[in-house]
Write a new protein. Structure first.
Length: 195
């Protein structure tokens, strides 16, 4: 590490890039069980923002596990490293003025706290995409819950690995009680004034 010399103080800052883009770079960290609707809502919100002239980037669990995090499994240690890497990437995007939408199960309070600490309180906005596991299992478009119930997938969140509900998220979106359009409106009302 003695040969590493960061140049953060010598490069253009976040404010310079936000002026260029005419928007605020933030991280919207969407958490919830598999099948809760995180990715669906993230894609809808991204399209809304794009149509409004905003530059966005979605970081999604499935997508990043095919590239950046392809070498990680689902043990507690690998889940933590997965989120650590994602948080570092999200922070870089946000510092470029990009509205960064992260869609990750993020099952534990400690993992979410780590991502908040990496990204920073001023940039990190947690959205709990709340949906009962029974509803998530009925949706189960990937067939993952069924495989986990049969023991074919180990360490599956909600089945044999815990999910701790966020205690103080910036926003709660109940995808079992509202349709996609109403959930999208919740996102728009909360986030558009701050970006």
């Amino acid at each position: 590490m003695e040969n590493i010399h960061p140049i953060f103080d010598q490069i253009l800052g976040k404010a310079d890039k936000e002026r260029l883009l005419q928007q605020k770079g933030i991280v919207i960290w969407m958490v919830g069980l598999s099948g809760s609707g995180k990715s669906t809502l993230a894609k809808s919100f991204e399209k809304y923002l794009h149509d409004s002239g905003k530059l966005t980037q979605i970081l999604d669990g499935d997508n990043l596990r095919t590239g950046l995090n392809a070498n990680l499994g689902f043990s507690a240690e690998d889940r933590e490293e997965n989120i650590r890497r994602v948080a570092e990437v999200a922070k870089l995007f946000a510092h470029c003025g990009v509205i960064t939408i992260c869609s990750f199960i993020s099952p534990t309070t400690s993992i979410r706290q780590m991502s908040r600490e990496i990204i920073g309180d001023d940039l990190y906005h947690e959205v709990f995409v709340e949906c009962p596991i029974e509803v998530c299992e009925k949706r189960d478009v990937k067939g993952l819950y069924a495989k986990a119930r049969r023991g074919e997938i180990k360490n599956f969140t909600g089945i044999d690995s815990p999910f701790e509900n966020p205690e103080n998220p910036s926003l709660i979106v109940n995808t079992d009680l509202k349709n996609l359009d109403d959930c999208l409106q919740d996102m728009i009302k909360f986030f558009v004034p701050i970006i």
